[in-house]
Design a binder for this molecule. Structure first.
Ligand code: MTE
Length: 302
């Protein structure tokens, strides 16, 4: 089943049928709120709007240190990244380990649109209309062994195309991890598009994680390896600065970053003088995910 030589081009498998205009997306979000808890409208009524940011905003203000540390570096340099062909090595505690061509992974997956809040640890936020599929669909496909408790992710290491990787900014390659129940949660996506188009390189093409109730750095980009493990896997920012970044990194307005408050956020696109809005527990997804952490002291497991 794993094959490295699929005939399908990336553009052939990018779903166009989900393309919607901005107005249609807003209309759909309104309609979906009546029937679905998964469209990111949890916590509505708190004043935090779910109007998606523009593609321009979403793709021009990015963190992707493989291309540099400035917010404009990814948009400037990421075009050089080759995203086709692309394969993901899936291994560790799975029944069917292998190197899976992305085209094969996408076959038979229902690509959905999910409008999610996105909250960066630096206290800015956006609303992004992602296209993707639930990570759990892929994990179920490869078969998770009973002893697996965590999922580890790794980004591509290709310094020829990623200029930031030629410098010791981070301990390359970028790695992240989730507890298995977090990874299996229906809100957790593997995203391949934004606004119905192939995901821009600077946003993590061709496939990136999206975990909407956690700070943005958990949403690892341009994934080439997924490993099921028994032990908690390393995470780049936790390794870099364990006092500031824990394994869980759930959005929590009550737990400050050691150097700044996390109680409010500034929505990108609102202008410099837009009022800061209150940050919601679990980024507005408490109803869906708070039970995953029942009984845990979230000031300790931050
Ligand atoms: N993934 C990789 N491989 N490298 C990175 O530097 N930055 C993270 C996360 N994923 C990062 C990454 C951080 S800090 C954030 S806030 C989000 O990506 C930004 O995602 P966006 O650019 O799509 O908004």
């Amino acid at each position: 089943m794993p094959s490295r030589h699929s005939k399908l081009a990336w553009s052939d498998v990018t779903p166009k049928h989900v393309w919607m205009t901005r107005r249609q997306i807003l209309a759909a979000a309104g309609a979906a709120a009546l029937v679905s808890p998964r469209d990111g409208r949890a916590g509505e009524g708190t004043g935090a709007s779910l109007e998606p940011n523009t593609l321009e905003e979403i793709s021009s203000y990015n963190n992707f240190y493989e291309f540099g540390t400035d917010k404009s570096d990814p948009a400037r340099y990421a075009a050089a990244l080759t995203t086709d062909p692309w394969a993901i090595e899936i291994g560790g505690l799975v029944e069917r380990p292998g190197t899976y061509d992305l085209a094969d992974i996408l076959k038979g997956k229902a690509i959905e649109e999910r409008i999610y809040r996105f909250r960066c640890v630096e206290a800015w936020s956006m609303v992004v209309p992602w296209n993707g599929f639930e990570l759990r669909a892929l994990l179920e496909q490869v078969g998770v062994r009973p002893s697996a408790r965590y999922v580890a992710f790794q980004t591509l290491f290709r310094p020829e195309e990623m200029p930031g990787q030629r410098l010791p900014i981070l301990d390359w390659p970028y790695v992240e991890g989730l507890r298995l129940d977090e990874a299996m949660h229906p809100l957790t996506l593997l995203a391949t598009g934004i606004y119905g188009e192939t995901i821009p390189n600077q946003n993590g093409a061709p496939i990136r994680l999206v975990v909407p109730w956690k700070y943005g750095f958990k949403s690892i980009k341009s994934i080439v390896r997924i490993t099921l493990t028994e032990a908690e896997p390393p995470c780049t920012w936790n390794r870099q600065n364990p006092r500031e970044y824990g394994f869980y990194s759930n959005v929590n307005p009550a737990v400050d970053h050691p150097r700044w408050s996390q109680a409010t956020e500034r929505r990108i696109g609102g202008g410099l003088f837009a009022p800061r809005i209150p940050t919601l527990p679990f980024n507005g997804y408490a109803e869906e995910v708070a039970s995953l952490y029942a009984g845990m002291d979230l000031t300790k497991f931050y």
